[in-house]
Design a protein around this ligand. Structure first.
Ligand SMILES: [Zn+2]
Length: 797
């Protein structure tokens, strides 16, 4: 066996469990705060020590000081005025009307309107320079929320304005700016709403940095400004209405809205009287066939009071919890508390607990839903609320058993594993060190004592999975399923390994990301940890038995070569969102380059190519992958998967074989064997056997990045041909060869050559088609334009 990895694991069918818990949804009364949320006193002490010793730590703290320099010059009144009493609006779907008129922005585009604190009452278009608010683009539309007494204004196009204020919403909508569904879903464009939101986001980001600076430096000026911001939010938050990123406002008490959206017996957007959901163009008001009720669009997925997007309010509320924790004991030089009793009570009751009571209605364990549990963990630990901590733990355990395979891999894709762990990591930080309050009697009799979620249970497998999958040249994520091909390895699990697990991982952060230390290291990596050694990224050839992916890496262990065999599965052992219909496809890396590719993730929002094709349909399709397509069909999307048949590693050759289960119903065999070896000259090569039995047309499909530069023999008779079936929509310039001897196709990519040698005879392959396949891999690339890549299909009928 090859010993190229630093670690090997015995993987039994362990079921994840961090702690045995009971779900208790009662809300504990506020008790004397006696604990810390995510930065305990020893972490603050450690950060100070890191700051003394390490240049990277000094760089981080200097950047914080620079970041808050403007805020440090402001008085309390500035923050009072900055953070509005009126509910704010979304940045999502806010397009630039001037660019829309000039056809310089695409339908539904956002991110063009830029806000800065130096010009806090304006938005400027980064593309055309138009400044909003603007007399040319006035906010003449008015959206009333009469029940809750709030009024919002929005921009109307000249066509909409001409109809007058009494025109029916459906008529006005015909002139409004489009958003989702290729623009069919109209969006309220409100510069004023977006400006209020930008101000708030700036304020709470500043608050957290200020609070951290106070914790590390002890300078009261930082704490003072953090307190002003926090107290202001505590006073305005009770008035903030639930609103959705589709422009809807819920004209109802927020607690009522949150309870209905979390109710499993209502739609995800809740169930409200028809007029209670307010939208400039009347959307969502009649969400059922009879028009009996309205919904707040898709509920917590896109609605909040502080943040109307992924994870709802929980991220800002968690930041407020942490900031409060860091400054709650701050005192002026004369000994008086910076936050007096009434301010502390307001922040805890009206902001943090009220917010948690809202967000805890959302018990979804998706990659966005985990954010709410992370907030509950931080708040429950800070306020010593055992029920709240148990709520967070129950979400964590449910998510681990539903969404992770037993080998520590997330059941979706590397891209979504990374996103999910953003929230999971925050949750782990929140419950680290938690113990039940003294004298507390848990209903199940099991006290929680000094939790260490990083080492308890099988969390180490989740953390290690992020490293074990890493693709060449050591800083890439393999492009499996819906994963953007430029994705870098998730930093969060790596920094946890580096700082929290054991000394063996100290320096891993540097090995993967080139960074000596980041903010996580500042707080949590012991200041005396040895990080300047040359740690190898612990990868090796292995089959991940839960994830159903194998990787062969060759004998050198230099992280230059990798062959991924994507066994994949669909709804076989786990829910498998965002995986693609690509069972037994391969990706091949050599000399640090990705050569034979999986195209990746075009778009999660149904974006299209400039000529109107749904690019995600191509990258998701069986047809864009390196495998055998049977009868021009896409593999089954229902219960299907693969079984490992053979795995062996010697210093000379590494072999993996897997057979598909239920992939093509007409096939009784669909099996692939790949052997990776190195030529005497040091060139890696793969021998690929693909056995298929059943069906009437087999096409061995193969693509490589770069350009096809040669065929051998080079004097082949190549003739134009036509394709049939679903290929027609995606492959251009098909030309065919009828082979009577083995053929070689040569590609060149980024200075590396790749040869595909077909060991065909005239009776084993009828013809080989060479065609141009899309060169783009994301919707942004499709907009910008990319040269095609070449794909071959070796056919046998
Ligand atoms: Zn513009």
């Amino acid at each position: 066996m090859q010993a190229s990895g630093a670690h090997s694991h015995v993987l039994s069918g362990t079921i994840f469990s961090i702690a045995t818990v009971l779900l208790l949804l009662g809300v504990a009364a506020l008790e004397a705060a006696a604990s810390s949320s995510v930065y305990h006193p020893e972490h603050i002490e450690n950060a100070r020590e890191n700051l003394k010793r390490h240049a990277w730590a000094q760089t981080i703290v200097r950047s914080w000081e620079h970041n808050v320099s403007f805020a440090m010059q402001q008085d309390r009144e500035f923050f009072e005025e900055l953070i509005s009493e009126l509910t704010f609006g979304t940045f999502y779907g806010q397009n630039c009307p001037a660019c829309v008129e000039a056809k310089r922005s695409v339908v539904g585009e956002h991110g063009l309107l830029v806000w800065t604190i130096s010009n806090p009452d304006q938005l400027t278009c980064r593309r055309c320079g138009t400044v909003y608010p603007s007399e040319q683009y006035p906010e003449t539309g008015v959206l009333e929320c009469p029940r809750m007494g709030q009024t919002f204004t929005y921009y109307q196009t000249p066509g909409e304005r001409a109809l007058g204020p009494d025109a029916p919403a459906a008529e006005r909508a015909k002139h409004a700016l489009g958003w989702l569904d290729g623009g069919k879903r109209v969006q309220m464009t409100s510069f004023s709403g977006m400006i209020r939101g930008e101000k708030n986001r700036w304020a709470w980001a500043q608050m957290l940095v200020l609070a951290k600076l106070y914790a590390i430096t002890g300078e009261i000026g930082y704490a003072e400004r953090a307190a002003w911001i926090l107290d202001r939010f505590a006073r305005v938050f009770p008035n903030y209405l639930y609103h959705s990123y589709d422009g809807s406002y819920a004209d109802l008490p927020p607690a009522e809205v949150a309870a209905s959206m979390g109710d499993p017996n209502t739609p995800s957007g809740g169930r409200f009287p028809p007029e209670a959901i307010r939208h400039a163009y009347g959307l969502n008001q009649h969400s059922d066939d009879n028009g009996d009720y309205s919904t707040l669009f898709n509920g917590f997925w896109g609605a909040g009071r502080l943040f109307a997007h992924a994870g709802s309010d929980s991220a800002p509320l968690r930041h407020m919890t942490v900031a409060y924790d860091l400054i709650r004991d701050a005192r002026y030089p004369d000994g008086t508390l910076l936050l007096d009793d009434s301010a502390q009570k307001r922040i805890v009751d009206d902001l943090l607990i009220a917010g948690a009571e809202d967000t805890e209605n959302w018990t979804d364990v998706s990659n966005n839903g985990m954010s709410t549990y992370a907030f509950s963990a931080a708040l429950g630990t800070l306020l010593q609320q055992p029920d709240r901590v148990r709520h967070a733990l129950s979400g964590l355990n449910e998510m681990l058993s539903d969404r992770y395979h037993f080998d520590g891999f997330y059941a979706e894709t590397p891209h979504y594993a990374s996103w999910n762990f953003e929230h999971v990591g925050a949750l782990l930080d929140g419950i680290y060190g938690y113990s039940d309050p003294e004298g507390y009697q848990p209903p199940d009799g099991q006290r929680l004592e000094n939790l260490n979620p990083f080492t308890d249970g099988d969390m180490h497998l989740v953390l290690q999975a992020a490293v074990r999958m890493i693709a060449p040249p050591g800083n890439r994520t393999p492009t499996i399923g819906d994963t953007i091909y430029t994705d870098r390895p998730a930093v969060r699990p790596i920094q946890c390994l580096d700082a929290r697990l054991s000394e063996q991982y100290s320096g891993l952060l540097k090995a993967v990301s080139g960074t000596e230390g980041n903010e996580y290291s500042l707080w949590y990596r012991p200041a005396n940890a040895v990080t300047d050694r040359d740690i190898r990224i612990p990868v090796q050839s292995e089959w991940f038995p839960g994830w159903h992916v194998g990787v062969l890496r060759g004998p050198d262990g230099d992280n230059e070569t990798a062959l991924y065999l994507n066994g994949n599965e669909h709804l076989w052992t786990k829910r498998t969102g965002h995986r693609q219909v690509d069972i037994l496809s391969i990706i091949f890396y050599a000399f640090g380059r990705e050569l034979a590719s999986d195209r990746g993730y075009f778009s999660g929002s149904a974006q299209v190519t400039p000529d109107g094709r749904p690019g995600q349909a191509w990258v998701d399709s069986t047809l864009s992958h390196n495998l055998v397509v049977v009868d021009n069909e896409v593999q089954r999307r229902r219960v299907a998967g693969s079984n490992l048949e053979l795995f062996g590693v010697t210093p000379e050759v590494e072999v993996i074989e897997a057979s598909a289960h239920n992939v093509y119903p007409q096939c009784d065999q669909y099996r692939r064997t790949c052997a990776l070896a190195t030529s005497p000259e040091g060139t890696p090569y793969v021998v690929d056997f693909f056995r298929v039995h059943g069906g009437s047309l087999h096409q061995y499909s193969f693509n490589c990045n770069g350009t096809m530069v040669a065929t051998r023999p080079h004097d082949l008779a190549i003739e134009e041909t036509t394709l049939s079936g679903p290929w027609v929509q995606w492959l251009d310039r098909p030309r065919a060869i009828v082979p009577d001897m083995p053929l070689t196709f040569a590609w060149s990519h980024d200075g590396v050559n790749m040869d595909l040698m077909l060991l065909n005879r005239s009776d084993t392959v009828d013809r080989v088609i060479i065609a141009d396949a899309p060169g783009w891999r994301t919707h942004q690339e499709a907009m910008a334009g990319r040269d095609p890549i070449q794909q071959i299909l070796a056919e046998k009928r």
